[in-house]
Write a protein that binds this ligand. Sequence first.
Ligand SMILES: CC(C)(COP(=O)(O)OP(=O)(O)OC[C@H]1O[C@@H](n2cnc3c(N)ncnc32)[C@H](O)[C@@H]1OP(=O)(O)O)[C@@H](O)C(=O)NCCC(=O)NCCS
Length: 309
Amino acid sequence: MNFTIRAMEKADWPEVGELIYVSINYWYHTHGSGPKFNNGPESTQLFCKIYEDIDPGCCLLAVNESSGSIAASCFYHPRETHVSIGIMNVHPNYFGHGAGKLLMNEIIRVADEQGKPLRLVSSAMNLDSFTLYNRCGFVPRQVFQDMYVEIPEGGLSVEPPSLASRVRSASPDDVDAIADLEKELVGIRRPDDYAYFIENQDGWWSGSVIEDAKGNLDGFLFSVANSASNLIGPGVARTEEDTAALLHAQLQQHAGRSPVFLVPSDCCDLIGTLYSWGARNCEIHFSQTRGEWSPPTGVVLPTFMPETG
Ligand SMILES: CC(C)(COP(=O)(O)OP(=O)(O)OC[C@H]1O[C@@H](n2cnc3c(N)ncnc32)[C@H](O)[C@@H]1OP(=O)(O)O)[C@@H](O)C(=O)NCCC(=O)NCCS
């Protein structure tokens, strides 16, 4: 099969939304799980909207040359320190025909041209995507367990963690400190993403920060809730105690929902606290890098919206 690569345009959003919906749901259905998306193929057009808001022109399509159908899509996010790979989808009609690899190779070319490492988060249960990334030179770096909590309509009624009083809502004045903290603890910087969440034009985002006794930032955590995603992250904090306080605050934003969040599997105290709040595991993910990487010195809560481990 022959594919042409081109950038996504606005007219492609309905087809790309359907592609994301069918690709993910079909893959999970044929591997023994229920659907990941439940609100119809129009809901997944939100990926196009959000990613185009943040990174216009950074979605590549592989188009079947003979039919003109879109066989695959992949979003990517060039940042000052790295390039991250967003959601990658091949239509089930085209699984195993090289469309995924073609798109990856093009994004690798972009990152290499800019001299930047690539980062992504991939499911440890999906050997197809694991192999695609692994063959392209990605190395798994950290293990995360996906957890969720069913939050009652009246909110989470657990004892607030010890540092809860140091948490407040994120404001536009926090953007530089948030970006600097992530650079210090994780080695990556992406202030525009945080400005976008805090601006919150669509009303989907929520953000919290935690301060030390002197008012310096010790952590931050964002979340999204719309018809395509209910995720907590991205977030970074100095300690597991800071992270527990941030998660408690963000979980309270999701009364009546069951948000999913990725927790580093070596954060045993934090995970123990989350089990005591009723958290359950639903998947395992790896953060992966291609190129330069150094271990984080804080707690990282990655996400798929937008992606960066
Ligand atoms: C994962 C996915 C993107 C792969 O795309 P694809 O177009 O089917 O993959 P390709 O045909 O380009 O294959 C890529 C490479 O991985 C290899 N590969 C793929 N699955 C494999 C498996 N299970 N075991 C061994 N090798 C595998 C292929 O042989 C190929 O390597 P090669 O070219 O060196 O021979 C696609 O299956 C998909 O969209 N799945 C559902 C959605 C999803 O999982 N998205 C990723 C997470 S968001």
